[in-house]
Design a protein around this ligand. Sequence first.
Ligand code: NA7
Length: 557
Amino acid sequence: MLDAIQTATSAERNAVPASLDALVIGTGVAGLYELHQLREMGLKVHACDTASDVGGTWYWNRYPGAKFDSEAYIYQYLFDEKLYAGWTWSERFPGQPEIERWMHYIADTLDLRRDISFSTKITKATFNENTGRWTVETDQGDVIDTQFLIGCTGMLSAPLTDRFPGQSSFKGQIVHTGRYPKGGLDLEGKRVAVIGTGATGIQVIQTIAPVVDKLTVFVRTPQYVLPMKNPKYGPDEAHWYKGRFDELKTNIPHTFTGFEYDFQHTWAELSPAERRAILEEIHADGSLKLWLASFAEMFFDEAVSEEISEFVREKMRARLKDPRLIDILVPKKGDYGFGTHRVPLETQYLEAYLRDNVEAVSVRDNPITEVVPEGVKLADGTVYEVDTIIMAVGFDAGSGALARIDITGRDDLKLAEEWRKDIRTTLGLMKYGFPNLFMTGAPLAPSAALCNMTTCLQQQTEWIARCIGDMRASGNDLIEPTEAGEEEWVRHHDETANATLIAKTNSWYTGSNVPGKPRRVLSYTGGVGTYRAKCDAVAEEGYPMFAMSKVAAPQTA
Ligand code: NA7
C-alpha cells in the first residue's frame, strides 16, 4: 500500500528531549495549539509526529479533491486576532493544498517547529507508578520521561487500510485516501476503482471523473448529499470576515455545533408551506446549514426526520433522473434519516455518474469479496479490471489512533484492551486508569460528528492547559478521573446520545464500520456550547470528577 510518508522529504529531525513536562502526540490543529499554550505557560514541552511536517488530517488526506466542508473563516484559531487576520483564504471552502499551507503559516508564525520532531512515531507509553511519570518510546529509538502525555492524535486518523483479502496481490496501485502519496498519482487515462462513498469518496469521485479513462465506483450504502456553493474570495470577502473576528470569537464556541450558525426554527410552529420555504432557502445556501442550522427535531423525531430526508432525496432524484442510478445512489425511505451520519457537501458529484466513463456498481447485495491481481472481485464472481484502486473506506474513528499506540496505564491496564471491551472516557479528555494522559478528539467529547473541529479542539486543548495550570498552582502532580466521575460522564453521554436517531444509524459515528468495535455514539451530542459550559464548571468546581494528588518522587523535568 502506498502512503504519504513514503515520499516525504527527509527533513533533519529535531532531537526529542529525554525529559519533559509534557509530550504532545501529533501536530495537527490540536497538537500545534496545545504545544503553543503549554510553552507559553513555561512548561518544557515537545511534540512528535509520524508525518514529515505539520498538518495532521491536512497532511495525510492529500487525495484529489480533499477540501473543507466548514467555511474557511470559521475553521480557525480564534485566540489571536493578528494570527486570524494574517491569513487570507481564496474561497469559501478551500482545498487541502491551501489548508496545508495555512497550517504551515500557523506553525511558522508561532515558531513551533523548533519544538517538534517530525518522522517520529510514538510507539509505546508506560505509566510508572513509582515516579508518577510516563516513559514514552518512539520508532526512532527515543526514550522520553514525561509528566504529562497529551494525545492530539485526531478523530479520523487511523485509516482502515487492510479492508479486503488479497490487497497485496493487486498488480496496480492501491491507496487509502488517508495515506494518499505526497506526489499524487497519475490517473490520466487510467481505469480507476473508488471503493466508498462517504464524505471522502464523494470528493475523490467528483474530482477524478473528468480525468480518468474509466471510473468504477463501488457503492454500498447510498448517501444523502448537499450541493456546495463555493464562491471565490477576493479583498472584499477577506475584509468582511476579518472584520467579524470579535463576533465569531464570541459566537462560535457557544453554538450547538461550533459553526457560526445555530438551529433557528421550530418545526411544530410552522405550516408545511413555511417549512418547505425554509428548507429551500437553506438548501440554496450551499453549506452544511440544512443539517446543522435548520430543524433540530430531525435528530429526535422520526416523522420530521423522514420529511427532511425526503426533501433531500427529492433534490437528488431530480439531478440523477436515471432510475437505475437513483436506486443505487439515493437512500430509500426507512434506510436511515438525513443527518444521522456525516452529511457531505459536493460539487457535481451526482452528475459525475451521468458521464459515459463512470459506472456505479452496487455492492449492497453483491459485496466485494477480495482484491485480485487484476482488480476488484464481487461475491458473484464478477471481476472489475482496473489499474488503480482508491480505497475511501474510512477510519477507526475516535479511539483508533490512541489504541494503535501501546499505552499501559496504572495496574498494567492497556488502553487498547479497555476500549476493546467498552469505549469510555471522562469528558472525552481523560480515561480512568491512565493518570496524566490527556486526549483530544477522543470518544465522548464533541468532535468531527456535529462539530466544526477547530472549535472543539481549541476548547479541549485550552481545558487541558488550564487543568495542568490548576494542578501546578495547587501543588499536585497527578490527575486521574475517579471511577464514579467516569461513570457519571458515560451515563450522561449515553442518555444524550441514545435519545437521538444517530444512535440507530450504522456509520463511524457509532463505531459500526469497524468489526468488533463496541457500539456507542462516539461524539458527545449534547451540543458544543453545552459541553464547553460543563467542562468549565468542572474546572471551576475544583475537578470533582477527578482525583488530584502529589507523588513522593520529584516531578521536575
Ligand atoms: P466513511 O464516512 O466511513 O465512509 C466509508 C465508505 O466506505 C462508506 O461509503 C462505506 O460504505 C464504504 N465501505 C467501507 N467498507 C466497505 C466495503 N467492505 N465494501 C464497500 N464499501 C465499503 O469514511 P470517509 O473517509 O468517507 O469519511 C470519514 C470522515 O472523514 C468524514 O465523515 C469526514 O468527517 C472526514 P458503508 O456506508 O459502510 O456501507
